[in-house]
Write a protein that binds this ligand. Structure first.
Ligand code: PGA
Length: 256
């Protein structure tokens, strides 16, 4: 049985004070998110310490990071290593988000190195894949996602692949209010499992969690999370307010 993972991605939003306020709001809604779905927000680096401390007021609520560097340490100005994130108390880290690929030149090779480093340090990478609109329009979405998955996971053992989380995020649905239909999501998630079976094996493919991301909101989460191969969400806009994220958590709990 795959456990739902409801993961917020705050992107470059919510500094330390706002992160603290988020958890004040969240703890007014609940002091325990339960154990049915795993619940997480990925905060900016500067907010991680505050968010981790504040999250302690809501049992079961985790805080992760949005990026890491693939080296252990050294002369990489502005970068943050996996072991630093681990030391703070993060368990999850987003890797290869489409915004990093688009604005910061992250290639499949770089993304692959980051996934490998996260796993080596005992962090769980949330590997993001997804096609842009032109690729969807020309019917190339499977090819694109397959290339991204293989580029990032090739060379990892089946055990390592089993420890990753995949997020399918069609770029045309991110922050646009346009959402993939439940059928489009299900079809791609099933395809992702087929690629995972090729890279590892059927058991691994059946056990890895595949999240959907792209304008997931309280009013469309039930349909998306209700698909057999959708195991949670990577949620941007709707994760920045405690009440809308909590609504999605409640939907996941209800579906469990
Ligand atoms: P969105 O972002 O929910 O605001 O579309 C999702 C993401 O980029 O992870």
């Amino acid at each position: 049985m795959r456990q739902f993972l409801i993961a917020g991605n705050w992107k470059m939003n919510l500094g330390p004070a706002e992160s603290k306020a988020f958890f004040t709001d969240m703890s007014a809604l609940t002091n325990d998110v339960g154990t049915k779905a795993e619940v997480l927000v990925c905060a900016p680096f500067v907010s991680l310490s505050t968010a981790l401390e504040a999250a302690a007021s809501v049992k079961g609520f985790q805080v992760g990071a949005q990026n890491l560097h693939f080296e252990n340490n050294g002369a990489y100005t502005g970068e943050t290593s996996a072991s630093m994130l681990k030391e703070l108390g993060c368990q999850y880290v987003i890797v290869g988000h489409s915004e990093r690929r688009e604005y910061f030149g992250e290639t499949d090779e770089i993304v692959g190195k980051k996934v490998a480093k996260a796993l080596q340090e005992g962090l769980t990478p949330i590997l993001c894949v997804g096609e842009v609109l032109a690729e969807r329009k020309s019917g190339e979405q499977n090819k694109v996602v397959e290339t991204q998955l293989k580029g990032a996971l090739d060379g990892l053992s089946a055990d390592q692949i089993a420890k990753t989380v995949i997020a399918y995020e069609p770029v045309w649905a991110i922050g646009t209010g346009e959402v993939a239909s439940p059928d489009q999501a299900q079809e791609m998630h099933k395809f992702i499992r087929a690629v995972l079976a090729e890279l590892a094996d059927e058991n691994v493919a059946a056990s890895v969690r595949v999240l959907y991301g792209g304008s997931m909101k309280p009013d469309n989460a039930e349909e998306l999370l209700g698909q057999p191969d959708v195991d949670g969400g990577l949620i941007g806009g709707a994760s920045m307010k405690a009440d809308s994220l909590f609504k999605i958590v409640e939907i996941a709990n209800k579906l469990t």
